[in-house]
Design a binder for this molecule. Sequence first.
Ligand SMILES: *Cc1c(COP(=O)(O)O)cnc(C)c1O
Length: 361
Amino acid sequence: MSTSTWRDNLRTIEPYVPGEQPDLEDMIKLNTNENPYPPSPKVFAALKEFDCDSLRLYPDPNSGILVSALAKRYGLQEDQVFLGVGSDDVLAIAFMTFFNSEKPILFPDITYSFYDVWAELFQIPYERPALDEHFDLIREDYYKGNGGVVIANPNAPTGVLQNLDFLRDIIEHNQDVVVIIDEAYADFSGTSALELTEEYDNVLIVQTYSKSRSLAGMRIGYAMGNPELIKAMNDVRYSYNSYPMTRLSVALGKAALEDEEYFRETVEKVVETREWTKKELKRLGFSFRNSQANFIFATHERVPAQTIFDALREKHIFVRHFNQKRIENYLRISIGTRQEMEKFIRETENIILVYRKMLVM
Ligand SMILES: *Cc1c(COP(=O)(O)O)cnc(C)c1O
């Protein structure tokens, strides 16, 4: 074959592996933390009224309509809001914009597994201080010199929430770098660190439409913080894609924000079902931290996670299993509708029974 050398210059990287997206009619999908409820009826209406003709035109590069709606919703100025194609896009741009120091950035060993992929992609040095045995962050690990800090709160996949005093302490010790708080699940916890952006100009809050607003398929995420941070991110953003948000995502994103009542109702239902599921899992012999997100990260006293995962899969019930040190015996179970969770509990109970019988024989 040829002796060409282009392969020597390939960018090789181990990509992030998202949860699978099977398409089975009878499946119960509890593996990627999507919302089990449809988007707000106002989103359906906005889609019907959407002016398709307008699609021949580029969208507004600033997505002004949605930025302004988000600013209003959170009591901010428009220059404090940054929009992206899902919070993955927002986070990737934040990494590029803020983490250009020689010192390593810090995030826990067990957290959203995209952080280290971006660090690798953008060649940012990083360290991953270990969570303690209860999956809590150890604050002192974040006191040393670093190039930036990233904390998912509640954390993924553990569901553990650190309170504002804890975050404030970490921020106090990191005044020379940007601290990113990834709040993908904050709406299910009733806690947000947004108020800390008023006190500290180096704190960036990142949120998403994908979980609490039932719009994972639309890809809308946003960051909130000091105008200087937002401007720096926009400068990076416009240096490689000037029209990130489509006209459709802007229209539907705005419509979703206009239905605060539906948003509260659906979040409340998910939280109620989460609390019911915790009781049932406990009854079946699972243990887990008290998740404040829309999933539960649980391990069983006798049955290996992989065994439960495989048996559920055969029943077309999909949960998430991470083949990673310290958590290989855990399952991350997204919260579905009450009906879905009842079926999940029934099937899991059966799987455990069958496993016990096997051990006796
Ligand atoms: C789901 C998730 C995201 C990304 O969500 P988008 O769909 O890209 O908005 C970011 N961070 C964490 C911790 C998540 O779980």
